[in-house]
Design a protein around this ligand. Structure first.
Ligand code: ADP
Ligand code: ADP
Length: 229
């Protein structure tokens, strides 16, 4: 079951002086319940693709679909609704509200979602059942990122898009954060796309998608994870 499909997707940033071809024709299918990683050098187009899939940015050419909905020409209001109803985001920086506890940060989302988890349930899922009443400043970077993951999954999004979630963490802590994403993917079947330079992801991902110069260079399929369990 295809969740995302892109055909000839392009993104040109026109800065006046130069045109940057951030995406130079991307064809891609991402399947339900899979965890995919986008690898490749800085500037190769990974974030641009993730932002388009998440409805944060518009392509300049090509087409893309979310399930059977053609999202190519979607306007800002349709994209806002799409993000709210279907997408969870995790970024490099956690963007937690410092004056609120972990539980209250997650509650900001669950208060307005249609069929949310309980905040405690989301926090237990990311291994923070014992930190629910802590404030961000009382938690490590890895714990804060796991609160951000709890916040992202608490509305039960169909897709979880993670742009450098390990970028501000040392490699061991980053690996723990990736293990948290993998556990969420396994327990809920949340279709997940991660940009990370942490090597531990390769064993966890179903698909390893390599970018170079705005194009997909190759896709490796991780057989041991794709095998039906
Ligand atoms: P639209 O083109 O649909 O009106 P925007 O112009 O605001 O939307 O671009 C959407 C995103 O792409 C913004 O986040 C913006 O930062 C980025 N962007 C696009 N073109 C440029 C540019 N020339 N310089 C800087 N940022 C750009
Ligand atoms: P990656 O995530 O692989 O590091 P990006 O998608 O962030 O790559 O960037 C791809 C290319 O697009 C780079 O050359 C980058 O400088 C350029 N770019 C990204 N965002 C903008 C923007 N808002 N305005 C102009 N150029 C941009």
């Amino acid at each position: 079951e295809v969740v995302f499909r892109a055909e000839g997707l392009t993104k040109i940033y026109d800065t006046g002086e130069v045109q940057v071809h951030a995406l130079a024709g991307v064809d891609l299918a991402l399947y339900a319940s899979e965890l995919s990683v986008l690898l490749g050098p800085s500037g190769s187009g990974k974030s641009t693709l993730l932002n388009i899939l998440g409805g944060l940015d518009h392509p300049t050419g090509g087409r893309f679909w979310f399930r059977d909905r053609d999202m190519t020409g979607a306007g800002d209001r349709a994209l806002t609704r799409y993000r709210r109803d279907h997408v969870g985001f995790v970024f490099q920086f956690y963007n937690l509200v410092p004056s609120l506890t972990a539980r209250e940060n997650v509650q900001l989302v669950t208060d307005v979602a249609r069929d949310p988890m309980r905040p405690a349930e989301a926090l237990e899922l990311v291994g923070l059942g014992h930190r629910m009443d802590h404030f961000p400043a009382q938690m490590s970077g890895g714990e804060q990122q796991r609160v951000a993951i709890a916040r992202a999954i608490a509305k039960r999004p169909e897709v979880l898009l993670c742009d450098e979630p390990t970028g501000a963490l040392d490699s061991r802590t980053g690996t723990q954060v990736l293990e948290t994403l993998r556990r969420v993917n396994e327990e809920f079947g949340t279709t997940t796309v991660v940009i990370t330079h942490n090597a531990a992801i390769r064993q966890m991902a179903h698909r390893v998608i390599r970018f170079a110069d705005g194009r997909i260079e190759r896709i490796e399929v991780n057989d041991h994870r794709l095998a039906p369990s």
